[in-house]
Design a protein around this ligand. Structure first.
Ligand SMILES: Cc1ncc(COP(=O)(O)O)c(C=O)c1O
Length: 384
C-alpha cells in the first residue's frame, strides 16, 4: 500500500453513511443533514439536454472539452464576475471539481524541490490534504478561527514557510463554516501569494448559493498565478453529472490540460452538452437559492431558539454550530442519531472542528420543518 496514505482515516462521510445504513435497517425515519448533496430535482431542460445528447455511438471525449461549453462558461463568468476568460486557452471542463482539486498538485508539485508545501485552512473539505499527500507534497493545515470569521490568514505565516509553499487553497464561501470572504481579503491573500511565487487556488463551488450579496471570485483580483475551481454540483443540483471547470492563468491551465489526459477524467460529451445549458441559464439557480433560503431561515430561527451559537449563513447550504464548552460534536451527533437526525461532527473536517457540528440543508423544506420538531425533543433530552 502507498505509504503516504497509510495514516489517513477513512473518508469521514463513509463512516457517517455506514451509521445511517444501520438506522435505516432498524426502520427509523432519517433526517439526513450529513453529506452536502441536496435532493432538489435538476432543472428539466438540463436533463432533457443530456438525454438528447446521448448518441448512437459514443466515442472518447477530449480533455480540452467542447468549444461551445467553454464559450458558455466564459459568457457566464463575464456576466457574473465581470471577468473575461479566453474560452480557448483559459478554461477546461472537469468531471466535477473534486477530481480537479485532487489532481492539481500531481501536476504542480515538484517533490524533489524545497518548495512542496501546500497550505489550506482547517476545518476543511478533506480533498486539499488528500491530493497533497497522494502527490507527495507536505500538507500545511492552518487552523481557521471563529474570531477571524474563518478566513485563512497567510499574513501570520512565517516567511520561511511561505518560501517553501507551492500552492495555497482557499474556499470561500466555505465548507464547512459557511464563511464568505470579501474582495479585500482576496486582494490581500493574492498579493502575498504573488510575492512568494505561490499558486493561489480558489475552490469556488459555492459562489452561487448565496442569500444576499453575490460572493466575489479570485479572478476579479488577478489572473497571474491564480486558478479557480467551479462546479455545477451545488449551483445547479447536478452532483450526479460530475461537471465543473477550472479557469485562470493561461500558463497553469494549459499545463494542467497537457497532463490531464493521463488521469482519464475527461467529461463525457453528453454531460458537457447538459452543462452548457446549465451555465447558460440563471433562472433555475435563482429558484434553488430561494429554496435554500427558506431552509436556512428555519434553522436560523431554530438554533437561536435553543441557544446555540453559529455564524449567520450568508452563502452555502451549511450551518456551522458551536456546542457549549466541553461537549464534543461526536457526542452530540451520536445522541441525535438515536432520533434519526444525521449531522456531521466538526471533528470530521479536521483540526479546529472540535466543539462544532455542521448541518447541510439537504432534506426538503417540509422535512426541515419536521426535523426541527424532532430535534427540539432530542436537544432537551441531551445532557449538556
Ligand atoms: C468545498 C468543496 N469543494 C469541492 C467539492 C466537490 O464538488 P464536486 O466534485 O461535486 O464539484 C465539494 C463537495 O462537497 C466541496 O464541499
Amino acid at each position: 500500500m502507498n505509504k503516504r496514505i497509510r495514516e489517513l482515516k477513512a473518508y469521514p462521510m463513509d463512516r457517517l453513511n455506514r451509521a445511517k445504513e444501520e438506522l435505516r435497517r432498524k426502520g427509523v425515519k432519517i433526517y439526513d443533514f450529513g453529506t452536502g448533496d441536496p435532493k432538489e430535482p435538476t432543472d428539466e431542460r438540463i436533463r432533457r439536454a443530456l438525454c438528447e445528447a446521448v448518441p448512437e455511438v459514443s466515442q472518447y471525449p477530449t480533455v480540452k472539452g467542447r468549444r461551445d461549453l467553454r464559450e458558455a462558461v466564459s459568457n457566464w463568468f463575464k456576466n457574473r464576475f465581470g471577468v473575461e476568460i479566453d474560452p480557448e486557452r483559459e478554461v477546461i471542463p472537469t468531471a466535477g471539481s473534486k477530481e480537479a482539486i485532487f489532481h492539481f498538485p500531481l501536476v504542480f508539485l515538484d517533490t524533489d524541490s524545497e518548495k512542496k508545501r501546500v497550505i489550506f485552512g482547517t476545518p476543511a473539505y478533506p480533498v486539499y490534504e488528500r491530493g497533497t499527500l497522494f502527490a507527495g507534497g507536505i500538507p500545511h493545515p492552518v487552523e481557521l478561527k471563529y474570531k477571524d470569521r474563518f478566513l485563512l490568514r497567510l499574513d501570520r505565516i512565517p516567511k520561511s514557510i511561505l518560501e517553501e509553499t507551492a500552492i495555497v487553497w482557499i474556499n470561500y464561501p466555505h465548507n464547512p463554516t459557511g464563511a464568505v470572504a470579501p474582495i479585500s481579503y482576496l486582494e490581500e491573500i493574492y498579493g502575498i501569494c504573488r510575492e512568494n511565487n505561490i499558486i493561489l487556488c480558489s475552490d469556488e463551488c459555492y459562489t452561487e448559493i448565496y442569500f444576499k450579496e453575490p460572493p466575489p471570485s479570485l479572478l476579479q483580483v488577478g489572473k497571474e498565478g491564480a486558478v479557480v475551481f467551479h462546479s455545477l454540483s451545488k449551483r445547479s443540483g447536478m452532483t450526479g453529472y460530475r461537471s465543473g471547470f477550472v479557469a485562470g492563468d493561461e500558463k497553469i491551465v494549459q499545463e494542467f490540460l497537457k497532463y490531464r489526459s493521463s488521469f482519464g477524467v475527461a467529461s463525457q460529451d453528453f454531460v458537457q452538452q447538459a452543462a452548457k445549458v446549465a451555465w447558460s441559464d440563471e433562472e433555475h439557480v435563482r429558484k434553488r437559492r430561494e429554496i435554500f433560503k427558506k431552509k436556512a431561515e428555519i434553522f436560523d430561527k431554530f438554533f437561536r431558539e435553543i441557544g446555540l451559537e453559529f455564524l449567520p449563513v450568508k452563502a452555502t447550504f451549511y450551518f456551522w454550530v458551536k456546542l457549549p464548552e466541553g461537549v464534543s460534536g461526536e457526542d452530540y451527533a451520536l445522541h441525535l442519531l438515536n432520533y434519526g437526525i444525521v449531522i456531521s461532527p466538526g471533528e470530521f473536517f479536521g483540526k479546529g472542528g472540535e466543539g462544532f457540528f455542521r448541518i447541510a440543508l439537504v432534506p426538503t423544506v417540509e422535512e426541515c420543518r419536521e426535523a426541527v420538531e424532532v430535534w427540539i425533543k432530542a436537544h432537551k433530552e441531551f445532557k449538556l
